[in-house]
Design a protein around this ligand. Structure first.
Ligand code: AMP
Length: 435
């Protein structure tokens, strides 16, 4: 009895994906396909080149880039030690790895700014809930090598147009500027002083943030702190002249483009490397962000590159959240292109011939579908009907013997026998006529 219990317990763990990590089954794939295609189309239009970096990086890349006092680094990284003793992390985000690649391969030698886009899985050890997974996928756009505010707006445009390409309605763009090395310390001090005066009213997390990363106080979602946060000093009131001018330009571009936005003076974002422009995109009425991004002019210096500053701006979109939004807004994926020809075989010899015939269709790049697992003629024709095939190519004992095949028009039921070596040509002709 005991043995049985152990056995079933084991099977349960083995046949379950890890917490917060999910399978994307065939039925969901059309949404993903559509999303990947839209990303590639938008990247192509705005001239972003694709980059792929490893899923694993040295963990200190993220510790330095994202910031030691952030949730991502403190609590959410999957870190492993290799047999060789290296400390690697499953990437929690894409930008740090891209910046690493930028330096490693001397990409600053290419024409600047360099526009890159990526797509792939990210990993964060989070508390799984709606729209929050431990393995999730991001599409991201980066423009590296310019300080010009026009690139801030171009990143925002690529991001919002990508969602538009997927027909996602009711987008809300929230934007803020969090200043630079010069003006942020002054603001931070104001914020710290303010929260210090409220210290006994705020949550435990905020008390900790107050000590180690005061800007993150504005990230607090706890109800207890909502009112205090509402009255907190705002970044835009403390921007230096250069940051104010930069932010003003970004907002003017919004106006020129007639692109609506909401100025959210509490938007700071969870990663340390941001400066100046930060933004997030939601759908109206939802507080789950589809996308986020901003400037990260100090990331290069943080990663220890020789150059002082590498101006850069980027965004990342969560693909799971996009797919969920598409489903909620009834934006179906494209139907998988259906094969129009069904191969029916009756008997062992016919089955072998059909396998070869299928390869003939492959050479002509014509999609066919078979049912090698089915034996009876009736069940195969039924399957052909279900697939809405236009033609069935039927091979039985007699056809094997005569080197022929029957072509059946599935709409009219009319059947004709043709020589096997003409099968592809004849099928092609009939498909053409049926259009
Ligand atoms: P971030 O890298 O945190 O700026 O996130 C950018 C986007 O990635 C967010 O707006 C989400 O759409 C998505 N995202 C971030 N974390 C998760 C997660 N744990 N699960 C699913 N999507 C996520």
């Amino acid at each position: 009895m005991k043995k049985k219990k152990e056995k079933s317990g084991k099977a349960k763990t083995a046949l379950q994906s890890p917490k917060g990590m999910r399978d994307i089954l065939p039925e969901e794939q059309p949404f993903w396909e559509k999303t990947r295609k839209a990303a590639a189309d938008i990247a192509d239009f705005y001239n972003f080149s694709r980059i792929d970096t490893p899923i694993l990086e040295f963990s200190d890349i993220f510790e330095k880039a994202v910031g030691e006092a952030t949730d991502i680094v403190e609590k959410q990284m999957f870190v492993l030690r290799t047999k060789g003793g290296d400390r690697l992390a499953l990437r929690p985000e894409g930008t740090a790895g891209i910046m690493r690649a930028y330096f490693e391969h001397g990409l600053s030698r290419l024409s600047q700014p360099l526009k890159l886009y990526y797509l792939g899985p990210m990993f964060r050890y989070e508390h799984p809930q709606a729209g929050r997974h431990r393995q999730f996928h991001q599409v991201g756009f980066e423009i590296i090598g310019s300080e010009d505010a026009i690139y801030d707006i171009q990143i925002i445009l690529a991001t919002t147009r990508f969602l538009e390409e997927l027909k996602i309605k009711n987008q809300v763009i929230q934007i803020n500027s969090i200043g630079c090395k010069k003006c942020r310390p002054g603001y931070r001090k104001k914020l710290q002083d303010y929260y210090q005066s409220q210290k006994n009213k705020i949550c435990d997390d905020c008390r900790r943030r107050l000590e180690i990363n005061p800007l993150r106080l504005l990230d607090c979602k706890s109800e207890k702190c909502a009112e205090i946060k509402g009255r907190a000093p705002t970044t835009v009131d403390y921007l230096c002249v250069a940051c104010r001018t930069h932010f003003k330009s970004v907002l003017e571009y919004f106006d020129d483009l007639n692109l609506p936005y909401i100025l959210n003076s509490h938007l700071v974002r969870g990663l340390d490397y941001y400066n100046r422009t930060v933004f997030e995109i939601f759908t109206d009425g939802s507080d789950i962000a589809l996308a986020g991004g901003g400037r990260y002019d100090y990331l290069g210096a943080i990663l220890g590159a020789r150059q002082k500053e590498v101006f850069a701006v980027g965004s990342a979109l969560g693909m799971e959240r996009i797919v969920e939004t598409m489903k909620a807004q009834n934006l179906g994926g494209p139907a998988k292109s259906r094969p129009k020809i069904f191969l029916v075989q009756i008997g062992e010899a016919a089955k072998k011939r059909t396998l070869l015939l299928m390869e003939e269709f492959k050479k002509s790049d014509i999609k066919v579908i078979e049912a090698f697992g089915k034996e009876s003629f009736k069940s195969q024709l039924k399957a052909a009907d279900k697939e809405r095939a236009l033609l069935s190519l039927i091979m039985g004992q007699r056809e094997v013997f005569e080197d022929s095949v029957i072509i059946r028009n599935m709409q009219t039921g009319v059947q004709e026998t043709v020589p096997l070596n003409k099968a592809v040509e004849e099928a092609k002709k009939r498909l053409k006529n049926s259009h």
